[in-house]
Design a protein around this ligand. Sequence first.
Ligand code: 13P
Length: 288
Amino acid sequence: MKNIKYYLEKAQKEQWAIGQFNFSDFTQMKAIVEAGEKMKSPLILGTSEGESKFFGLQEAVALRDVLRKKSGLPIFLNLDHGKSFEYLKEAIDAGYDMVHLDGSKLSLEENIKITKEVVKYARKKGVTVEGEVGRIGNDASRLYSEKFVIKEEDLTKPEDAFRFLKETKADLLAVSIGNFHGIEISGIDPNLKLDVLKEVREKIGDKFLVLHGGSGTPEEDITGAIKLGIVKININTELRLAFSGNLRRFLNSNKEEIAPYKFLVDSKDSVERLVERKINLFGSADKA
Ligand code: 13P
């Protein structure tokens, strides 16, 4: 199997993006992989710290291996939004392919310091590192009833991104360009600031850029961002909503049903269909 950098380079050259789809239980994980299989798409499976603590780091690695073998797909496992060196080290030691250090709450100096430490450790194990500069809105992936307001000071500054990449040598960079984790209750998030993305791209050149908070982002913003160099897009809230919404609906109308393999079918199918749609939108079909 080719490594993640091979696919990121290919995506950059051909202007498409790899989806990172988050999960915290096996039904979701299986649904994501089955969608990837159908679409012949490379996949990144993501777990936040919370998701990975519920699922288990070693369990995630073992099941990635099983699903890789069974599907024949390039499937990569990413520890999403790790907050400490220690936890990312645990994920790396367990066998994750990629880790994301979220140092966005730190000063740029502190962020650079800890990301450098992670890069140094990850390199020895052949693991890819994603860093983050600027503050991506909202800490959690969920539904919001209030409007999201973009603060100018939270956007990624091109010169900070340049310095961060130069000093840390991180492989990927997550940017704050008006994106945020979660979806507004309307289902559509405000437009991305593609002009900010363009400025960052012009300053840092050919580096791999990541878009977090992909749920609810208008399709034209996604395709516009891919054209400007985004090669990885993270999706979580839409998957959670599809899964939980269908589970709730099914159990409410089938009060006697107690078999998980029956009451999880609609949830699993809805996750699968959603991932297929995202793969189409990101242009990663037939790229595995
Ligand atoms: P959404 O929940 O908005 O899709 O964001 C997911 C994400 O960026 C995970 O890192």
